[in-house]
Design a protein around this ligand. Structure first.
Ligand code: AMP
Length: 481
């Protein structure tokens, strides 16, 4: 299959060649022709499958006819997170070079006015997170009646983040005759219901979820002690054995571990950056940009924070924790060994994580060998383990942690929720906020913070009235009939 067989316009094909794409990925080959025929498409595919180009390319071809009008964008792409929205904008920059289109990015966490100005001047494409889009709409800055094509990307993630009510509301605000391209990695019942309600006779396109790992990845296990400090020492010893690291991602299951690892590795002289749900948007983008530019060697990330991010050419993946969900292992190590390149994936396994690891081996149908650290490295780890621990009690106890093992999507992504409007621009309260608006992460708050402040011991007890302070009307006798 060749791009020229898909029905794309000559100008779009030129952009594809300029981007260096030679053959369409399966999702592109299957989704582009029906999309160009103005059919609704329901694509089951995840990030990495080339699905962004699967909707950007037909959109570019179709946008060649007609032009944008003030406040009335012609196409709308909904993304669950700001990073993903920004990634789609980048795809427009790469693939839309020949088209001279106006693309507006409506995401939270940044000022409203420049966004409103862009829509005001007429946008061919709006890429938005649902909350910010509705904010603009409610302020009367945006008319949605000119939308010809709607893309809902990463729908299952929208569900995780509580955005489905917003999506339903947006769909109802768009013209009935619009075309809809819908993408999701999985199809839980809520998503199925959404497609039944808002897609018209869609073409179903499916790219199977990878359950096997690429042959180009060398996978290794490393025995590690459960005790946190010694486990970190194991990681450091392992990193030191790897002399050919171009760049690596270190995955941990919890954002608290991500933050701790970042500090600890930096103290020990490693070039690191972290990506977790408690960081603000600009810090995240900065870290990601630095990693892409090879300014930092190791990116430490949780699954949720890293999901969906297109990080090219990673030479190494290190799993500090065995992922709780077996498919996450395939995702994690799939960040290396891409496009036929060699990649290395190391997983630290404690005795306690043995069962989790077995589930992964059952999924990938492969027995992964152990990597032996040197005797000196082992000695250093044992020495660490024997040292008195100055870490917080939770880490020290060795008892099972009662906090969630994994950060939930809602917890990790909560900073990606629609931002509060700037104070200077009060907005009317919205009736239809997501029913499942993610709650603040419990683990991020010190336990005592939620308790009311204690009163001083010697404060006067001012509950109730004394004889002197009792109001007269309360002293009046009441006639009982
Ligand atoms: P996506 O799944 O859309 O996030 O795409 C993952 C990566 O694959 C991005 O870096 C794209 O630039 C790249 N890509 C998409 N389509 C193709 C293609 N047909 N050939 C080569 N690379 C592609």
């Amino acid at each position: 299959m060749n791009f020229s067989e898909l029905g794309l316009s000559p100008r779009t094909l030129e952009a594809v060649t300029a981007a260096g794409y030679q053959t369409p990925t399966p999702i592109q080959a299957e989704a582009i022709p029906p999309a160009l025929q103005r059919r609704d498409v329901m694509g089951l595919a995840q990030t990495g499958s080339g699905k962004t180009a699967a909707f950007v390319l037909p959109m570019l071809s179709l946008l060649e006819k007609g032009r944008a009008r003030a406040r009335m964008p012609r196409t709308l792409i909904l993304e669950p997170t700001r990073e993903l929205a920004d990634q789609v904008r980048e795809a427009f920059e790469t693939l839309g070079k020949m088209h001279n289109l106006s693309v507006a990015l409506l995401i939270g966490g940044v000022a409203f006015e420049p966004q409103a100005l862009k829509i005001d001047r007429g946008a061919d494409v709006v890429i938005a997170t649902p909350g910010r889009l509705l904010d603009h709409f409610e302020r009367g800055k945006l008319l949605l009646t000119g939308i010809d094509m709607l893309v809902i990307d990463e729908a299952d993630r929208m569900l995780d983040m509580g955005f489905i009510p917003d999506i339903e509301r947006i769909c109802k605000l768009l013209p009935f005759t619009r075309q809809t391209l819908f993408f999701s990695a999985t199809m839980p019942p809520e998503i199925q219901r959404l497609t039944t309600a808002f897609l018209h006779n869609p073409v179903r396109v499916e790219v199977s979820r990878p359950s096997s790992t690429a042959e180009t990845i060398t996978q290794m296990l490393v025995k590690a002690p459960h005790e946190a400090k010694a486990k970190r020492e194991t990681l450091r010893q392992l990193l030191r054995t790897q002399t050919n690291v171009k760049n690596g991602i270190i995955f941990a299951n919890r954002k608290t571990t991500v933050a701790l690892l970042e500090k600890s590795l930096a103290v020990h002289g490693f070039s690191v950056g972290a990506l977790h749900g408690d960081m603000d948007q600009s810090a995240r983008l900065k870290t990601l940009a630095a990693f892409r530019a090879n300014e930092i060697t190791y990116l430490i990330a949780s699954d949720v924070a890293a999901r969906g991010l297109d990080i090219p050419e990673v030479s190494h993946v290190f799993n500090f924790d065995v992922p709780t969900h077996a498919e996450d292992y395939v995702h994690r190590i799939g960040r290396t060994g891409r496009a036929g390149r060699e990649g290395q994936a190391f997983t630290l396994v404690t005795k306690e994580e043995g069962k989790q690891w077995k589930a992964i081996e059952a999924l990938i149908k492969k027995e992964v060998p152990y990597f032996e650290l040197s005797a000196e490295a082992q000695e250093a780890i044992e020495t660490r383990a024997a040292e008195p621990d100055r870490q917080p009690r939770r880490e020290r106890s060795g008892k099972p942690d009662r906090r969630p093992r994994r950060e939930t999507t809602a917890q990790a992504e909560r900073i990606e929720q629609p931002e509060q409007s700037p104070r200077s621009e009060p907005k009317p309260p919205r009736q239809e906020r997501p029913a499942r608006e993610p709650k603040p992460a419990r683990e991020a708050k010190p336990a005592r913070e939620s308790k009311p402040a204690r009163e001083p011991q010697d404060a006067p007890d001012n509950r109730g009235f004394t004889e002197q302070t009792m109001p007269a009307f309360l002293m009046r006798s009441v006639k009982v009939v």
